[in-house]
Design a protein around this ligand. Structure first.
Ligand code: FAD
Ligand code: SF4
Length: 512
């Protein structure tokens, strides 16, 4: 008699073909992957996000079968896709008469709880194992920041550099004598050097897209199912990493914060999807960047800037997430409650910066950091949009959006809704910053310099109105003293005029 099997669940963001689970083929192990409605429907997702995750799951299932592993795959057109994950697991345990169930630690609190609760009801052994992806454990950041009111990323990052010995001369001294080259990384881009070619592989997943639509899954954004550009397996992700290191990394630092209506990728890696679904390990990405510096291929400012995003920010926001869940998604420091303007869903606004950033997000399921933070998020905060609804939008639209990374970035860094745990100041600006970092203001319906009047850039009056209305809570923040000193110099009539301008705009956000 053959032994009873063990079931091992692989979630859609756990596509790590190098996990130690797969080192040996064992006839008594069945790998389970599920395309289920609970995952397509917990928020309204971008079409490419659903498509790319399912296509990548199918690719991993194919690879595992090729290696001789047993796989049970639930596709979106099967009845089982309408059941919850625990319902399917229970049914499969009965079906296979399984003797044990194993799963990798989920990165989202929602799934972590769901599987933990299902385990408590289970009559067979139920084991959670490491996903073997991150540098840090879920609660490591909380340990590092124990007792501190503010969680400074820089403090965490330096610890990571030292403990992981990344870009270090010795145990304590950073390469180049400096930890951070952020100040060198703020150049606008004027067309040179040219944006590297987009070398990503295009896939035709028209049939899968038809099944998704036929199953009744709702989505938004352009599916581009016949030319899906996201890496769907490790080989493709590695090719994308090669191309980034070779062509874009040397310029990553200089133009990290730049925005352009002519080049949407600029020198960014577009690796966040491959990283977040775990086709790539952050260690290998960091090691490749570090090697490029030592080989003289890329300058230190670029390499440090890139590594800081992965070794610093990415691990740090994960730590913030696990330390503050549940409850972080409901944070609303300013009590903002406005719904999203209609143009968040179609990009049709006269504000050129927002129209560009949102249209690009709908088309590509991607926007780079400064577009997310200093255009879309900036407007959302200045206009007092409800942070929970802003969070839902970001969680849905971006190809790389998984709650552990999206939520702290949106609610904490971008909307300051946690009251300054994560960000040292609200990330807001008037038109001046957007104009300095890109070309959006040229050709905009609005006048970037004007504060009041029909054609005045909405960012200007909203910016001053934001600081004015929040003086009680923000005035003492040393990082924004300058804004308050400028406000003090304004006469009462000027302040009344921009407050009136802001109030009028806030009543007609849909038509801006
Ligand atoms: P690059 O610019 O090439 O950076 C390299 C890598 O660094 C990225 O692939 C990513 O893994 C990591 N990284 C960079 N910045 C951050 C950051 N702030 N936090 C965590 N990791 C970072 N990133 C996500 O992966 N998922 C999200 O859902 C997400 N939501 C965001 C929401 C808001 C409001 C903001 C301001 C930022 C968000 N980010 C998110 C961070 C960042 O915008 C994206 O990681 C980046 O744009 C992905 O594109 P890229 O791979 O070309 O990044
Ligand atoms: Fe955006 Fe204002 Fe510039 Fe127009 S003028 S692109 S709305 S910042």
């Amino acid at each position: 008699m053959s032994p009873k099997p063990t079931l091992r669940l692989i979630l859609g963001d756990q596509l790590n073909a190098q996990h130690r689970w797969f080192t040996e083929v064992d006839a008594a192990t069945i790998y389970v992957l599920m395309e289920v409605r609970q995952e397509t429907d917990y928020v309204l997702h971008h079409a490419q996000k659903i498509l790319a995750i399912f296509a990548a799951m199918r690719d991993l299932a194919r690879q595992l079968r090729q290696l001789g592993h047993s796989v049970h795959y639930i596709a979106i057109d099967e009845v089982a896709s309408t059941r919850t994950m625990p319902e399917n697991i229970e049914a499969l345990i009965r079906h296979y008469d399984a003797c044990a169930f194993e799963y990798q630690a989920p990165d989202e609190w929602r799934l972590d709880q769901q599987l933990y609760q299902a385990g408590r009801r289970s009559t067979i052994p139920w084991l959670m194992v490491d996903s073997e992806h991150f540098y840090t454990a879920r609660h490591e950041a909380a340990d590092i920041f124990a007792g501190r009111k503010q969680w400074l990323m820089e403090f965490f990052y330096r610890q990571m550099r030292s403990t992981q010995q990344v870009l270090m001369e010795d145990a304590k001294k950073p390469v180049g004598g400096q930890w951070n080259f952020d100040h060198d990384n703020r150049k606008p881009w004027r067309g040179t050097p040219a944006e590297p070619q987009d070398s990503r592989t295009l896939h035709d997943h028209g049939q899968l897209w038809q099944s998704i639509v036929a199953a009744g899954v709702k989505s938004f954004g352009a599916p581009h199912a016949d030319r899906l550009a996201w890496a769907l397996n490790r080989d493709e992700a590695l090719q994308q990493l090669d191309a980034f290191i070779e062509r874009a990394l040397p310029h990553f630092g200089d133009f990290q914060d730049a925005m352009s209506s002519k080049a949407w990728r600029l020198f960014h890696s577009l690796l966040s999807f491959a990283l977040n679904v775990k086709m790539l390990n952050p260690r290998e990405v960091v090691a490749r960047a570090q090697a490029a510096y030592h080989a003289g291929h890329a300058p230190l400012a670029a390499v440090e800037g890139f590594i800081r995003q992965i070794l610093g920010w990415r691990e740090y926001v994960r730590g913030v997430y696990w330390a503050h869940m549940p409850g972080y998604a409901e944070k609303n420091f300013f009590g903002h409650a406005r719904p999203l303007p209609s143009w968040f869903w179609d990009g049709k606004t006269k504000m050129h910066c927002l129209s560009q950033a949102i249209t690009q997000s709908l088309e590509q399921a991607h926007a780079h950091h400064i577009q997310r933070l200093m255009v879309i998020g900036n407007f959302a905060l200045l206009a007092g949009l409800d942070p929970a609804r802003v969070h839902g939008w970001y969680l849905g639209i971006y190809i790389d959006a998984f709650e552990w990374v999206e939520l702290p970035n949106t609610v904490g860094m971008s909307q300051f809704a946690d009251g300054g745990l994560l960000a040292t100041k609200p990330y807001v600006s008037s038109a001046a910053y957007i104009d300095r970092m890109g070309d959006y203001c040229k050709g905009c319906h609005y006048d970037k310099k004007a504060r009041v009047g029909e054609r005045a850039c909405p960012f200007n009056a909203l910016y001053w109105d934001f600081f004015h209305r929040n003086a009680d809570t923000l005035e003492r923040n040393p990082r924004i003293g300058m804004a308050y000193r400028q406000l003090e110099k304004m006469d009462a009539a000027t302040i009344a005029a921009f407050r009136q301008q802001a109030a009028t705009m806030l009543t007609r956000l849909d038509s801006l």
